[in-house]
Design a protein around this ligand. Structure first.
Ligand SMILES: Nc1ncnc2c1ncn2[C@@H]1O[C@H](COP(=O)(O)OP(=O)(O)OP(=O)(O)O)[C@@H](O)[C@H]1O
Ligand SMILES: Cc1ncc(CO)c(N)n1
Length: 280
């Protein structure tokens, strides 16, 4: 059967992040993509000009339409907007017994605009985390969710332990915000071992939507039946290639190139050889 994945996220009119990034990424992984919108954003490379939530009933109906009729092999959540919409998502996951749940706890867009109300943080921790297979916060998101500051890799390990204790089976704390570091290291914790995935940092302004792209690539891997470790590795390579071959556009943070692995297959092989992975 054709593998499928569902993104539950916001729309980015600029096409670099949100459901647009997710669907492009699913397609590149030969996964049939479906979507349930939580909100519409008016957005471009300069920032977010407006946020228009989809009414809760509208989100519930989208989830019902999909769940009643179509197979879902993986779910990726992005911008969830508030606690009411998270509740609709949690109910659907329970109702349809969906598995391979990847939660990208999107809070703030690159330009600083809020994509999740503050009052929803606790609800997410209490209700969504316990049914999450992989949560993929960036460093600021991990700080908010764990109520700690993160400077070092040891801090990141502590944050990962806290998020695992709160219920997520696997935690990936991404290193994109670890500015200045020569390599970008993503840290995976499965409750017993820490695995590090490292690739050289690419100096680029065009990193809009890297987090969405990473989580959607990871969900695609799980949809195909890969282990979490294998799916994280492939997602890291996919994003590296997407940033490397970004198509500059707009005045601000431009989008990445979701087709880069397909367009430059030989380079993808050498990036695969370049990834440094170690356990602790
Ligand atoms: N400059 C970079 N060079 C190489 N890899 C990067 C770079 N920036 C981010 N990444 C990779 O991209 C993925 C997303 O990381 P990041 O920490 O930027 O997420 P994010 O902040 O959630 O992204 P966004 O909010 O822009 O969608 C990770 O796998 C990270 O390793
Ligand atoms: C809709 C949407 N989701 C997620 C992000 C985070 O990159 C964004 N900028 N916009």
């Amino acid at each position: 059967m054709r593998r499928t994945a569902l993104t539950i996220a916001g729309s980015d009119s600029g096409g670099g992040a949100g459901i647009q990034a997710d669907l492009k990424t699913f397609q590149e992984h030969h996964v049939f993509g479906m979507s349930a919108l939580t909100a519409v954003t008016a957005q471009n490379t300069r920032g977010v000009q407006g946020v228009f939530p989809v009414e809760v009933k509208g989100l519930e109906e989208q989830l019902r339409s999909i769940g009643d009729d179509m197979p879902v092999h993986a779910v990726k959540t992005g911008m969830l907007f508030d606690a009411d919409r998270i509740k609709a998502v949690v109910n659907a996951i329970h109702r349809y017994e969906w598995s391979n749940i990847v939660v990208d706890p999107v809070m703030i867009a690159k330009g600083g605009d809020s994509l999740l109300s503050e009052s929803a943080h606790e609800f997410l921790m209490k209700n969504l985390l316990p049914i999450t297979d992989v949560i993929t916060p960036n460093i600021p998101e991990a700080e908010v969710l764990t109520n700690m500051t993160i400077h070092t890799l040891a801090d990141r390990k502590e944050a990962a332990i806290r998020l695992h204790k709160a219920g997520a089976s696997h935690v990936v704390i991404k290193g994109g915000h670890d500015d200045g570091a020569e390599n970008v290291i993503d840290l995976l914790y499965d409750g017993s071992a820490f695995t590090y995935f490292s690739l050289p940092r690419i100096q680029s302004e065009n990193t809009h939507g890297t987090g969405c792209t990473f989580a959607a690539a990871l969900a695609s891997g799980l949809s195909h039946g890969s282990s979490v470790t294998e799916a994280v590795k492939k997602a890291k390579i996919f994003v590296q290639m997407a940033i490397q071959h970004t198509v500059p556009m707009g005045d601000g943070h431009g989008p990445t190139n979701h087709g880069a692995v397909r367009q430059y297959p030989e380079e993808a092989i050498s990036v695969t050889e370049e990834v440094k992975i170690w356990d602790e």
